[in-house]
Write a protein that binds this ligand. Structure first.
Ligand code: NI
Length: 133
Protein backbone atom coordinates (compact mmCIF):
# COMPACT_ATOMS: atom_id res chain seq x y z
CA UNK A 1 0.00 0.00 0.00
CA UNK A 2 1.31 3.46 -0.89
CA UNK A 3 0.97 6.34 1.50
CA UNK A 4 1.42 9.98 0.54
CA UNK A 5 2.92 12.66 2.74
CA UNK A 6 4.21 16.16 2.12
CA UNK A 7 7.46 17.65 3.35
CA UNK A 8 8.66 21.24 3.68
CA UNK A 9 12.11 22.21 2.47
CA UNK A 10 13.82 25.50 1.71
CA UNK A 11 13.78 26.52 -1.96
CA UNK A 12 17.56 26.19 -2.06
CA UNK A 13 17.44 22.59 -0.84
CA UNK A 14 14.63 21.69 -3.27
CA UNK A 15 16.68 23.12 -6.16
CA UNK A 16 19.71 21.10 -5.10
CA UNK A 17 17.58 17.99 -4.67
CA UNK A 18 16.09 18.39 -8.16
CA UNK A 19 19.59 18.84 -9.57
CA UNK A 20 20.68 15.65 -7.80
CA UNK A 21 17.65 13.80 -9.17
CA UNK A 22 18.57 14.92 -12.69
CA UNK A 23 22.23 13.93 -12.35
CA UNK A 24 21.46 10.58 -10.71
CA UNK A 25 18.74 9.81 -13.27
CA UNK A 26 16.00 9.16 -10.74
CA UNK A 27 12.60 9.08 -12.44
CA UNK A 28 11.04 11.49 -9.94
CA UNK A 29 11.26 12.90 -6.40
CA UNK A 30 9.38 9.96 -4.87
CA UNK A 31 11.83 7.45 -6.30
CA UNK A 32 14.78 9.49 -5.01
CA UNK A 33 13.31 9.92 -1.51
CA UNK A 34 12.52 6.17 -1.39
CA UNK A 35 16.11 5.38 -2.36
CA UNK A 36 17.65 7.62 0.30
CA UNK A 37 15.31 6.45 3.06
CA UNK A 38 16.13 2.82 2.30
CA UNK A 39 19.83 3.59 2.24
CA UNK A 40 19.60 5.13 5.72
CA UNK A 41 17.48 2.25 7.02
CA UNK A 42 20.04 -0.25 5.75
CA UNK A 43 22.83 1.68 7.48
CA UNK A 44 20.83 1.64 10.73
CA UNK A 45 20.09 -2.08 10.50
CA UNK A 46 23.80 -2.76 10.06
CA UNK A 47 24.45 -0.80 13.26
CA UNK A 48 22.05 -2.99 15.18
CA UNK A 49 22.41 -6.70 15.63
CA UNK A 50 19.92 -7.73 12.96
CA UNK A 51 20.05 -10.32 10.21
CA UNK A 52 21.71 -8.70 7.21
CA UNK A 53 23.11 -9.67 3.84
CA UNK A 54 25.73 -8.08 1.67
CA UNK A 55 28.49 -8.47 -0.85
CA UNK A 56 32.12 -7.77 -0.05
CA UNK A 57 34.22 -6.99 -3.09
CA UNK A 58 37.99 -7.32 -2.89
CA UNK A 59 40.81 -6.77 -5.33
CA UNK A 60 44.26 -8.16 -4.58
CA UNK A 61 47.51 -9.36 -6.14
CA UNK A 62 47.53 -13.15 -6.14
CA UNK A 63 51.35 -13.23 -6.31
CA UNK A 64 51.37 -12.21 -2.65
CA UNK A 65 51.16 -15.70 -1.18
CA UNK A 66 50.90 -14.62 2.44
CA UNK A 67 48.00 -12.30 1.63
CA UNK A 68 46.16 -15.03 -0.30
CA UNK A 69 46.68 -17.44 2.61
CA UNK A 70 45.30 -14.93 5.11
CA UNK A 71 42.22 -14.23 2.98
CA UNK A 72 41.54 -17.96 2.64
CA UNK A 73 42.03 -18.58 6.37
CA UNK A 74 39.57 -15.79 7.22
CA UNK A 75 36.97 -17.17 4.82
CA UNK A 76 37.27 -20.56 6.51
CA UNK A 77 37.00 -18.93 9.96
CA UNK A 78 33.77 -17.25 8.84
CA UNK A 79 32.43 -20.21 6.85
CA UNK A 80 29.06 -20.04 8.62
CA UNK A 81 28.55 -16.38 7.61
CA UNK A 82 29.62 -16.76 3.98
CA UNK A 83 27.03 -18.20 1.63
CA UNK A 84 28.88 -17.79 -1.67
CA UNK A 85 32.12 -16.54 -3.19
CA UNK A 86 33.07 -15.72 -6.73
CA UNK A 87 36.65 -15.38 -7.87
CA UNK A 88 37.56 -13.60 -11.10
CA UNK A 89 41.11 -13.45 -12.51
CA UNK A 90 41.06 -9.85 -13.76
CA UNK A 91 44.48 -9.90 -15.42
CA UNK A 92 47.95 -11.42 -14.93
CA UNK A 93 48.24 -9.88 -11.46
CA UNK A 94 44.85 -8.93 -10.07
CA UNK A 95 42.09 -11.07 -8.64
CA UNK A 96 38.61 -9.81 -7.83
CA UNK A 97 36.62 -11.69 -5.24
CA UNK A 98 32.97 -11.24 -4.31
CA UNK A 99 32.08 -12.69 -0.93
CA UNK A 100 28.37 -12.89 -0.20
CA UNK A 101 27.68 -12.73 3.50
CA UNK A 102 24.47 -13.42 5.43
CA UNK A 103 24.47 -13.35 9.21
CA UNK A 104 23.78 -10.98 12.07
CA UNK A 105 25.22 -7.51 11.49
CA UNK A 106 27.94 -7.77 14.14
CA UNK A 107 29.32 -10.98 12.64
CA UNK A 108 29.16 -9.60 9.09
CA UNK A 109 30.96 -6.41 10.17
CA UNK A 110 33.58 -8.48 11.98
CA UNK A 111 34.32 -10.30 8.73
CA UNK A 112 34.52 -6.98 6.86
CA UNK A 113 36.90 -5.52 9.46
CA UNK A 114 39.05 -8.66 9.47
CA UNK A 115 39.38 -8.58 5.67
CA UNK A 116 40.17 -4.85 5.82
CA UNK A 117 42.99 -5.52 8.25
CA UNK A 118 44.78 -7.90 5.85
CA UNK A 119 47.81 -6.01 4.56
CA UNK A 120 48.05 -5.59 0.79
CA UNK A 121 44.38 -5.70 -0.23
CA UNK A 122 44.06 -3.08 -2.99
CA UNK A 123 40.33 -2.51 -2.75
CA UNK A 124 37.58 -3.56 -0.40
CA UNK A 125 33.98 -2.40 -0.49
CA UNK A 126 30.73 -3.51 1.05
CA UNK A 127 27.34 -3.45 -0.61
CA UNK A 128 25.01 -3.69 2.36
CA UNK A 129 21.48 -5.02 2.21
CA UNK A 130 18.83 -6.02 4.69
CA UNK A 131 16.19 -8.70 4.33
CA UNK A 132 12.98 -7.01 5.43
CA UNK A 133 12.58 -3.48 4.03
NI1 NI B 1 42.69 -15.06 -9.50
Amino acid sequence: MLKRFSISLSKELVDKFDELIKKSKFANRSQAVRHFIKQELVALEWQEDKEVAGALTLVYDHHKRELVGQLLQLQHDFAKSIISTQHVHLDHTNCLEIIVVKDNAQKAKKLLDSLKSVKGVKHIALTAAVLDI
